[in-house]
Ligand binder design. Structure first.
Ligand code: GRF
Length: 202
């Protein structure tokens, strides 16, 4: 299945996808698109021989105009799945609708807790005993789409934002490739606005 990855930054999750899915026949990472021309993720894509496209949002007069162009770039690759991997843009409703059931996001919190930014700070400030990540289908509800998988860790008394970020990244790198391969192998799907999981995964 052709897979397009959207990102804005370092792309460590992209790297995990590249490394973990290299031998997975079901997944073809065919393009990486960034709104940020300086995103290191673009270099990671090029190094792996994946098409790397910059689509700078500052060149567009509106969110709608940007998303319209983004959609046409994505669609040139005819993806079965669009993967958001640190894509720091709020998407328009029509863009989200176009990829309904075939767009995944990874968010560094145990949703529905802590939507939006600064999730590690929020978990620490709340004195939470645990923290984690969520991988979910993207819907018009920001960070609120149906959840495919969550992974948890215990927060230690010694943890700070940096240590939590590292630990969460570590978990993300393990679980995002897993979720992408499940989707490509049709073991996970969005059905009637709920998540279908192959019974063998339970
Ligand atoms: C990840 O922590 C992800 O949860 C969030 O953005 C971050 C991207 O990190 N959506 P990277 O660019 O993959 O290193």
């Amino acid at each position: 299945m052709p897979v397009v990855v959207l990102l804005s930054g370092s792309g460590s999750n992209l790297q995990a996808l590249i490394d973990s899915l290299a031998n997975n026949q079901a997944v073809n990472l065919c393009a990486v698109i960034s709104n940020n021309p300086n995103a290191y993720g673009l270099e990671r894509a090029k190094a792996a021989g994946i098409d790397a496209v910059t689509l700078d949002h500052r060149q567009f007069s509106s969110r709608e105009a940007y998303d319209h162009e983004l959609q046409s770039v994505i669609d040139q690759f005819e993806p079965g799945l669009v993967v958001l991997a640190g894509f720091m843009r709020i998407l328009t409703a029509s863009f989200v609708e176009r990829y309904h059931g075939r767009m995944l996001n990874i968010h560094p919190s145990l949703l529905p807790k802590y939507k939006g930014l600064n999730t590690h700070t929020k978990a620490l400030q709340a004195g939470d005993a645990e923290h984690g990540l969520s991988i979910h289908f993207v819907t018009a509800d920001l960070d609120g789409g149906p959840i495919v998988i969550q992974a948890k860790l215990a927060i230690d008394t010694t943890d700070d934002v940096n240590s939590l970020q590292q630990k969460i990244h570590h978990l993300e790198h393990r679980y995002y490739p897993q979720a992408v391969s499940w989707f490509a192998e049709k073991r996970v799907a969005l059905k009637d606005d709920g998540v279908y999981l192959d019974q063998r995964l339970l």
